[in-house]
Write a protein that binds this ligand. Structure first.
Ligand SMILES: [Zn+2]
Length: 572
């Protein structure tokens, strides 16, 4: 992320160099300054207001790169930026790269959540990418719950994903649970055993682990197929307990990738499943189920985060004789100070450090909704940042500032005075002012009757001195006549002076409210940030009571806030 005021970030500078290399290699060794600037600004739109700085960085980098030979450039590119994508035509409104082998009308994509936790912004972004591609290529989109571990899945998580996907406005063509397909998956499993590609192993888990580490096969691997088939039937008949036997794929016990050393395909789990109850106890592993389902659903393109092993999936696919798919992996969508990992978030909920999974500091979709993030923001943000193969942490502030920009035309302006202090104005004309809720967009208006008593913010008064003239926003000017003890002012005319300080105000009868200000959950060291939830108390004008629950308003000179309860707002 680019720091607001301290020049270009390392990531932006790396992009300048990568961009110069890409452009040079494409043009026989000589990069063009203009093209590189364009590329950098497209990648970092927030640098547009620092175009001069970008231009000068690009000029000096291009000069250096152009001194190198084409061959040297290629070596540098391969060493430093192996993942830098060559610029290509973009799809979507702002830009995702085109997909390989994608034929319009003949593509199929999937959103495969495991319903073992609440939907987060990371899921939302990955789903958005799939959904944009499905739109672009006129493809089918599946929602498929990967629910083959009864120990992890729970009904409320299915709902969380359905709800989040609906909120995002993603159009689905199909929805299914993998747990509905177990009989079909068993057919494939049995076939693998019959074809001597899988076997039943009753070694202890420790032994399997040790042999896997040593690269040694156990005796079960070479036992006759009939023995495995007998075990298989016993497993299906629920005559085998948990941990007593596994079905393993004949992989490669010497492969450097341990996940390929005869991975498990099926295991017994005796916990009842939220969808199928105790009907099944033999459950396929994630990779097996996922591979079979991709085939059944006719998926053509897999776009997913890179913690999944492509090799293991390829091994299973080959054993089953399935066609190959296009797999595009990207790094998980992580946010600085607000990780999306369940293992980091769960202790916060369990330890009551946050109020729940929908706490506005949480990166869950429910948390985002409560702080007024709108679905358009997720889509726009995803299109802007795209995806990368290399690890990357995104910045909340960037997402939130985009959100505020999108909220602006729809949000009423309402006066809110934090930390209010009464200000008496001598000679104040009695007025009834009509103030529109938005300066440019017609969102209606309200009428406020004023006399000589106002509430203004303590912090505004603190920087004013006796004799200073300031404007009560949308009303008139006043001059501070006393800055000690009870602050006092006098009416000072109507003239609108551009540079004059403008202060929001509330008349007596305003509503006491509380504004929660969510911050980052973790500090730089990865510890829970105890200051992560600020609270501002103050007075809102009477019109506040006409707002709907869930409505987002802008408190001028304070911020955008979503009405979360009758007298509580959350800063967006
Ligand atoms: Zn064994």
């Amino acid at each position: 992320m680019v720091e607001e005021d301290s020049g270009m970030s390392n990531r932006a500078l790396a992009s300048v160099e990568a961009g110069a290399l890409v452009n040079a290699i494409r043009h026989g060794g000589k990069a063009e300054v203009g093209a590189v600037i364009g590329r950098v600004l497209a990648e970092f739109p927030e640098l547009r207001h620092k175009a001069d700085e970008v231009a000068s960085a690009v000029r000096s980098t291009v000069a250096q790169i152009n001194k190198m030979s084409l061959q040297e450039q290629e070596v540098m590119m391969a060493q430093k930026y192996p993942d830098a994508e060559r610029p290509a035509q973009k799809v979507g409104r702002v830009g995702l790269p085109p997909l390989p082998n994608a034929v319009k009308g003949k593509t199929s994509f999937r959103l495969p959540p495991e319903p073992s936790g609440f939907m987060t912004v990371g899921h939302a972004m990955a789903f958005t990418i799939n959904s944009i591609y499905a739109e672009t290529y006129d493809g089918e989109l599946w929602l498929r719950f990967e629910d083959t571990n009864p120990r992890k899945v729970a009904k409320r998580y299915y709902e969380s994903f359905r709800h989040g996907i609906k909120w995002l406005g993603i159009r689905l063509d199909h929805e299914k649970n993998v747990s509905d397909d177990l009989d079909l998956i068993y057919d494939y499993g049995k076939r693998l055993i019959q074809e001597d590609k899988a076997y039943s192993c009753s070694c202890s888990e420790e032994k399997v682990k040790r042999l896997r580490f040593e690269g040694q096969a156990c005796s079960h691997r070479t036992a006759p197929v009939e023995r495995s088939l007998t075990d298989w039937d016993l497993m299906l008949a629920k005559k085998v307990g948990e941990g007593e036997a596994f079905i393993r794929l004949k992989g490669d016990m010497q492969n450097l990738d341990y996940s390929l050393r005869d991975p498990n395909l099926f295991r017994v789990i005796q916990k009842p499943h939220p969808m199928t109850g105790d009907r099944y106890t033999l459950w396929p592993t994630y990779y097996l189920a996922n591979t079979i389902e991709d085939e059944i659903c006719g998926i053509t393109h897999i776009l997913r985060s890179s913690e999944f092993s492509t090799e293991l999936q390829r091994l299973i696919r080959e054993a089953l004789g399935f066609r190959t798919l296009d797999v595009i992996q990207f790094s998980r969508f992580n946010f600085k100070g607000t990780p999306v990992h369940k293992r980091l978030l769960r202790p916060l909920v369990e330890g009551k450090l946050v109020t729940g999974w929908d706490d506005p500091r949480m990166p869950t979709v429910d948390g985002l909704m409560r702080r007024g993030v709108i679905p358009e923001t997720i889509r726009e943000f995803t299109l802007q940042v795209g995806y990368t193969k290399s690890e990357h942490e995104y910045d909340w502030s960037m997402l939130l500032s985009l959100n505020r920009k999108l909220l602006d035309p729809h949000s009423k302006r309402i006066f809110f005075v934090p930390d209010p202090v009464e200000l008496k104005v001598e000679g104040a004309p009695k007025r009834s002012v009509t103030i529109p809720y938005h300066p440019e967009v017609d969102l209606g208006e309200r009428e406020i009757a004023t006399s000589g008593r106002f509430f203004v913010s303590k912090s505004d008064l603190a920087i004013l001195k006796k004799g200073n003239v300031f404007r009560l926003m949308e009303l008139y000017d006043v001059e501070l006549t006393s800055d000690r003890g009870e602050p006092r002012a006098r009416y000072a005319g109507e003239e609108v002076v551009r540079e004059m300080r403008k202060v929001q105000w509330v008349t007596p009868g305003g509503i006491d409210i509380e504004v929660l200000e969510p911050g980052l959950l973790f500090d730089e060291q990865g510890n829970f940030n105890k200051e992560s939830l600020g609270v501002a108390k103050g007075l809102a004008e009477v019109a506040f009571s006409s707002l709907k629950l869930g409505e987002v308003v802008q408190f001028p000179r304070f911020g955008f806030c979503r009405v979360d309860a009758e007298r509580t707002c959350i800063m967006a």
